[in-house]
Design a protein around this ligand. Structure first.
Ligand code: SF4
Length: 313
């Protein structure tokens, strides 16, 4: 509720204050901020996500051609994720008079003396990068000088007040990372092609519309037929988390220890292989992950020895 109230307040003058903040953060290279009535706020209402996406694209085209400041409030964008469109709704997109587009993220966490919580800023930057990626094909289609700026305007309450403060957040790294991740995703059609014929997740609900009639073991077998990449983060986000965790533990997979650790361990994919590498029983000593594990094991043994000697009378 606080976030919604702050967002409404940040936009309640038709976007003039937001664009003034943007011009201020852009510095000398920016055109002068608009005066009252100098910001176009096109109507983006349409039915359904496809209709809203098309209306947004039209508004972006018209605003870019007009060569004026424009604020698109809650536009709708489509991003192809593994061949399937995902619909996204940024807080706002600003169209500059030169045809540049800036994503605006409005958050309720405070900006104290111009700085905010780094983890929250990072999450906002990742979110804004996805919006920037969704805008890119629209800008390419429109041409005519339209371009997506790779800095987002992050707007937050200033020093715990209700007044907006803002900072430009560089999105280049997040855009490149997200683009790589999206490119690596496997399309749903490709996943479906690799499943046994007739695989279905249909619960076959009874006439009452609630009771599943499909045997649980059949459903579990269908779920098991699809590969999974469990990580502890799944526990906060996915209903299948306990199932995938049990599968991962049964397979002794290092994913159960977290994505960061998984990335550090290179080609070692099971906990047994990690322990064997640390003990010097397996693994290539030239592999940096194996070398780091052995060094860690040595340091641990030395610490335990020192602690043991110190506790002897
Ligand atoms: S818990 Fe969900 S998100 Fe995580 S691997 Fe399983 S299905 Fe995928």
């Amino acid at each position: 509720m606080r976030g919604h109230a702050f967002e409404a307040r940040a936009k309640d003058d038709g976007g003039t204050e937001l664009i003034r903040l943007l011009c201020e953060r852009l510095g000398d290279g920016s055109p002068p901020p608009p005066g009252p009535g100098g910001v176009d706020t096109p109507d983006l209402a349409a039915s359904g996500p496809e209709g809203r996406t098309a209306r947004t694209a039209l508004a972006l085209r018209e605003a870019t051609a007009a060569g004026r400041w424009a604020l698109l409030d809650h536009p709708m964008l489509a991003l192809s994720v593994a061949g399937t469109p995902a619909y996204l709704e940024p807080d706002a997109v600003v169209v500059h008079p030169d045809g540049g587009w800036t994503v605006v993220e409005i958050k309720s966490f405070a900006m104290v003396d111009g700085a905010a919580d780094a983890a929250k800023v990072g999450a906002a930057a990742r979110q804004a990068a996805v919006y920037a990626l969704a805008l890119e094909p629209v800008a390419e289609r429109i041409g005519d000088g339209a371009s997506v700026r790779h800095s987002a305007l992050l707007v937050c309450p200033k020093n715990f007040s209700n007044l907006p403060d803002a900072a430009l957040v560089d999105l280049r790294k997040q855009v490149a990372t997200t683009r790589r991740q999206l490119d690596r995703l496997t399309g749903v059609a490709d996943i479906a092609d690799g499943l046994p014929h007739g695989t279905t997740f249909d619960l076959c609900l009874a006439d009452d519309g609630r009771t599943p009639t499909r045997p649980a073991d059949e459903l579990a077998a269908a779920v098991d037929a699809v590969g999974a990449a469990y990580a502890p983060e799944c526990l906060a986000a996915c209903e299948l988390a306990f199932h995938c965790r049990a599968r991962s533990r049964a397979a002794d997979a290092v994913q159960t220890l977290g994505r960061a650790l998984r990335a550090e361990l290179g080609g070692l994919s099971t906990i047994e292989a990690v322990l064997a590498a640390a003990a010097g029983e397996a693994g290539d000593p030239g592999d940096p992950a194996v070398a780091a594990l052995r060094r860690a094991a040595r340091l641990r043994a030395e610490s335990l020895e020192t602690a043991g000697a110190a506790s002897c009378p």
